[in-house]
Design a protein around this ligand. Structure first.
Ligand code: PEP
Ligand code: MG
Length: 372
């Protein structure tokens, strides 16, 4: 067994010496970040922030989204700020010296709203007992009905949420910037990057970015510590890929969200990959592998290539990565190498495989020019 471990370590060293692709990890807790680092990740390519709003913090999120007054919303955001700051300090500390790409909140709304059935039962039960339901429950039910979406994955998510919930982007960016300042003052070398999700039009990114830059500048003035965080975007909608040249005017980096890009390009639900027709499609040879696992070179891959070309034509040297599940899939890693990406980002456990495949991709010699 020792021989196998030594051979593995040798292969990884060899791959690291030749590979062009950087390998980062998707991690959103200090523990995951530390694990990613042990597996050789060169940064965090995707720090999702959704889980940071669950559990005990859910009540505050409900309050933030359903607030009737600015004061109510401000109170909820004010309570969330120190919690978020602590989240980011821990992750930046674990990844000190390496880039950490923090993505602004991107939940499908239904995951954060209170459960409608539960609420409706509470209201109806009170009614049946001849008691008036609490004003809070009645209001909440009305708000949930008002915000109901038939297709939450195509609804108020990502940048859309940031643009319509006042103060949300500012709170997250303030938490990131204050965490950076705290780490700088502790003698660390934090490298936070801010990533805007689910952008389909340059105007969305422009609006979000303006708010981000304002907050960063303000924290710099308040603390006397200049905070420089690159601001970039996910490319995870076909429209984003097709208009990547425009979007690059506002983006300092791109990261492909191939989970959503596959979902929206094929029109398949990423949450129903167990559906029977998927197995039937594999049987019938419509595809040879699930497009959610291995990049679909002809369709989704074509969108990736268009976005890389357009993005770099508009902004030479634009840093481009991928942080969807495909970032840790061996065959897909070869595709991303050939498409000229700068890095892949995958779950911590897949980092060693991605490092090996990135090395093999260099050695087998396909690059942007000869695989088109
Ligand atoms: C993606 O869509 O590929 C992605 C990385 O974001 P998420 O999985 O969080 O939607
Ligand atoms: Mg996504």
């Amino acid at each position: 067994a020792d021989g196998i471990v030594a051979a593995g370590a040798r292969a990884l060293r060899h791959a690291d010496a030749v590979r062009r692709l950087e390998v980062r990890a998707n991690a959103d807790t200090p523990e995951d970040a530390a694990r990613a680092r042990r597996f050789g990740a060169q940064g965090i390519g995707l720090c999702r922030t959704e889980h940071m709003f669950l559990g005990e913090r859910r009540k505050l999120v409900e309050e933030m989204i359903l607030a009737r007054t600015d004061a109510q919303r401000a109170r909820a955001l004010g309570a969330l700020l120190p919690l978020q700051r602590r989240d980011f300090v821990g992750i930046l500390e674990a990844m000190d010296g390496l880039p950490v790409t923090i993505r602004l909140l991107d939940p499908p709304l239904h995951e954060f709203l209170p459960d409608r059935t539960e609420l409706a039962v509470r209201v109806a039960t009170a009614d049946a007992r001849g008691e008036p339901p609490t004003a809070h429950d009645t209001e909440l039910l009305a708000a949930v009905d008002r915000m109901h979406e038939e297709n939450p994955m195509l609804g108020l998510r990502g940048v859309r949420l940031g643009l319509v919930v006042p103060g949300l982007v500012a709170m997250q960016v303030r938490a990131i910037a204050e965490a950076v300042v705290q780490r700088v003052r502790a003698g660390g070398a934090p490298h936070a990057e801010i990533m805007v999700p689910l952008v389909g039009a340059v105007e969305e990114l422009r609006l979000a970015r303006e708010e981000v830059e304002q907050v960063l500048a303000r924290i710099g003035e308040e603390t006397g510590v200049p905070v420089r965080c690159p601001v970039g975007t996910m490319i995870e909608l076909p429209r984003a890929a097709l208009t990547a040249g425009r979007i690059a005017e506002e983006a300092e980096f791109f990261s492909f969200g191939t989970n959503d890009l596959t979902q929206t390009a094929w029109g398949f639900s990423r949450d129903d990959v167990e559906a029977e027709f998927f197995a039937a499609y594999l049987d019938k040879g419509v595809f040879t592998a699930s497009p959610f696992e291995t990049i679909d070179r002809d369709g989704v891959g074509r969108l990736v290539r268009i976005a890389v070309d357009e993005g770099r034509a508009a902004r030479p040297g634009l840093t481009i990565g991928v942080c969807g599940e495909h970032g840790g899939d061996p065959e897909s890693v070869h595709f991303f190498h050939a498409a000229g990406l700068d890095y892949v980002s995958c779950s911590p456990f897949r980092v060693p495989v991605a490092r090996l495949e990135a090395g093999r991709a260099t050695l087998t010699g396909t690059d942007v020019s000869d695989s088109r």
